[in-house]
Design a protein around this ligand. Structure first.
Ligand code: PAF
Length: 272
């Protein structure tokens, strides 16, 4: 595995490759990332992974500071699974060029956009910078961050000639969606997350039998109250959205149930 720390070396290293897959990460490599990488390795000649904890997408400086980092272990794992290139730039390197920031359209101001000021502008900013240098044919992104995947496709899909490959959420045996943030949970809270996840998976299963007979806004209200009371969490949102365009679900087409909540100080998101 070739480790690259600056854009000049990156350009040199990848100039001869066309068919390569890109897996952007902020490190804390887990089975979810590994499944994206494996998919890329199957589909592409070469795979490049980036690790960069992007400060501009954190709306809370404490959250940025606390974000789990362990580069040594990450490198070990990525070497073991035979990643071709690992790009680990620092902040100065990646932000040295002046590039205009993205402004979100009004109809994209939903779900996490309304709760994490500037977060997705930061995600689009970094992805724009990374894709500018990593001209990947395929970008592998997990459906756990479904809104992120949707916005990257919408705002950057036309600018660069890449295809996003949606990868299904990897859950552990307790139905917890794998993410770097779950490393911040203690045992008791991890258990709560697993119960919440099982609860919502069951709810979605029950609804899928005949969704038309439910009053969805009432059902949402009742379930927010129930989950908040039962697990002492603070829910930012629990919403049904159309899978294709993230419009409010009107009982037509495929939908997903989206949740974001705080469990003590850790903010978690998921969708089912
Ligand atoms: O999902 C993540 O890890 C990050 O948001 C991403 C896409 C690597 C951009 O920093």
């Amino acid at each position: 595995m070739k480790i690259i720390r600056n854009i000049l070396d990156l350009n040199k290293a990848i100039k001869d490759f066309k068919n390569f897959g890109f897996v952007p990460t902020m490190g804390g490599i887990h089975q979810g990332h590994i499944s994206l990488i494996k998919k890329s390795q199957k589909q592409c000649k070469k795979t490049i992974v980036s690790i960069f904890v992007n400060p501009t997408q954190f709306n809370d400086n404490n959250d940025f500071k606390k974000y789990p980092r362990n580069l040594k272990i990450d490198i070990k794992i990525l070497k073991k699974i035979k990643v071709d290139f690992l790009f680990i730039p620092n902040v100065r390197e990646i932000y040295k060029k002046k590039i205009k920031n993205f402004k979100l359209y009004k109809n994209d101001k939903i779900l996490c956009v309304n709760h994490r000021k500037g977060h997705f502008e930061g995600v689009l900013n970094i992805m724009n910078r990374l894709l500018n240098v990593i001209k990947a044919k395929y970008v592998f992104l997990g459906e756990k961050d479904y809104q992120q995947l949707f916005l990257i496709k919408k705002y950057l899909g036309k600018k660069y000639q890449f295809k996003i490959i949606n990868c299904i959420t990897v859950r552990d045996k307790n139905k917890v969606a794998l993410s770097t943030r779950i490393k911040l949970l203690n045992k008791k809270n991890y258990y709560k997350v697993s119960l919440i996840s099982k609860y919502l998976l069951k709810l979605k299963r029950e609804l899928s039998i005949n969704i038309s007979r439910y009053n969805l806004s009432l059902l949402i209200k009742q379930n927010i109250k129930k989950l908040e009371d039962l697990y002492k969490i603070k829910i930012d949102y629990l919403e049904f959205r159309n899978e294709k365009n993230l419009n409010k679900f009107n009982k037509r087409g495929k939908y997903r149930l989206f949740i974001a909540y705080y469990l003590e100080k850790v903010r978690l998101i998921d969708n089912y």
